[in-house]
Design a protein around this ligand. Structure first.
Ligand code: TRP
Length: 386
């Protein structure tokens, strides 16, 4: 990948802060051209949905957006939209950072009562991994009657025969047709500008962006968004909750959409979940000590928080603890209380860590229980009619 001139690099494959420091999110917003998610919008979401905003919204984990207000406008007029998110495989187990978009997506689905498509960008060899990941995703509790989960290799025309016959023929073709429409609008120069591809990158990388782009268009899913008599409404809008490193895909998608007669997808974007060692960088699936995994035992969690969390300068210790505690501790008054007590020295580091261990263990335990209830049969999620 090409070196970024400002030395802060954020793209779907790499997240590196300047000089090992913190990611400058304001700069990112400016560079990408998205908008900051204001308190006004959070309050509007609460008004429209009649429920408190998700803790990730209240505490700014989801901090940026593109045209989210337009989605709220149409919802207010009583119109529908749909959600799209996804996941690529990186390791056997997911860590809590991976779950953030899915936990948030579940909240959005519940609050707005809308359909959801989840794309698993797996390759064939990763079938097992894929299933493991899909189970973790399903364990987040999506509404089974409104959710379609698909892996590219099952859904795309190059996929296996079984899937081809299972799905109506026109579905696979519609998805592929949209990929070709997108690909026809994007020059090599354009993807170099957006993703930083170099001449040495293989063409698989260069040709992948349309695959991630087209679930943003309802006509890619005729079996969901149409029935015998009614054609897909191309004006049905799409909202994509994702981490901000996925923004390049959707900047490209939004650029192309009007040229092929489609609506631009809207986005609601999160910051990166910081690694346990400190604030710079995100939880990484390749460094097991940098993250809490959904498969971690209580002992693992204790160990990681006590031994690895918050090592570093005093400043980053403080900030990191604040971040993790404040993201997963839903109870506003309790968090306020901890802040006060800790700030005045009445509460010690060990006590905050103990509370953090409790909160994380509860979350992982809840996830483990939900996951155990997911059967190997994923068909239910694959054949829904929304
Ligand atoms: N590229 C994403 C990843 O590597 C997977 C993905 C596909 C995705 N479609 C998406 C993520 C839509 C967010 C929204 O994890």
């Amino acid at each position: 990948m090409a070196e970024d001139v400002d030395s802060q690099v954020v793209n779907p494959w790499e997240v590196t802060a300047k000089d090992g420091g913190k990611i400058d999110y304001d700069k990112l917003i400016e560079k990408f051209g998205c908008q900051r998610l204001s308190d006004d919008i959070v309050q509007r979401v609460e008004r429209l949905t009649g429920r408190p905003a998700h803790v990730f919204l209240r505490r700014g984990v989801f901090f940026a957006h593109r045209d989210f207000n337009e989605i709220l406008d149409l919802y207010e007029r009583g119109e529908k939209f749909y959600l799209y998110t996804g996941r690529g495989p990186s390791s056997e187990a997911l860590h809590l950072g991976h779950l953030v978009p899915f936990m948030f997506t579940k909240y959005l689905q519940d609050a707005f009562k809308v359909p959801l498509v989840i794309q698993l960008t797996d390759d064939e060899k990763c079938m097992w991994k894929n299933l493991a990941n899909a189970k973790d995703i399903i364990a987040c509790g999506f509404d089974i009657t409104r959710t379609f989960i698909f892996s590219d290799f099952n859904y795309l025309p190059m996929g296996n025969f079984h899937a081809y016959f299972l799905l109506a023929e026109n579905c696979v073709i519609a998805f592929y047709e949209n990929m070709v429409k997108v690909a026809n609008c994007v020059t090599f120069n354009k993807v170099v500008g957006i993703f930083g591809f170099t001449p040495e990158d293989h063409i698989g990388k260069i040709s992948f962006p349309p695959v991630q782009a087209v679930p943003s268009f309802p006509s890619s899913f005729p079996h969901i968004f149409s029935n015998k008599n009614i054609k897909v409404n191309n004006n049905l809008r799409c909202l994509i909750p994702c981490a901000i490193d996925q923004d390049p895909y959707f900047r490209m998608t939004r650029d192309v959409a009007p040229r092929i007669g489609y609506q631009k997808p809207s986005l609601i974007e999160s910051s990166f979940f910081p690694a346990l060692q400190g604030e710079n960088g995100k939880m990484s699936a390749s460094d097991p000590n940098s993250a809490i995994y959904v498969t971690d035992s209580l002992k693992d969690i204790k160990n990681k928080v006590n031994r690895y969390a918050f090592s570093g300068g005093q400043d980053s210790i403080e900030n990191h603890r604040k971040f993790v505690t404040s993201v997963f501790l839903d109870d506003d008054p309790e968090l306020e209380h901890i802040k006060e007590e800790y700030g005045s020295g009445r509460m010690l580091t060990g006590q905050v860590k103990a509370r953090l261990i409790e909160v994380l263990s509860e979350l992982v335990e809840r996830h483990r229980k939900a996951r155990a209830l997911v059967t190997d049969e994923l068909d239910e999620y694959e054949s829904v009619n929304l």
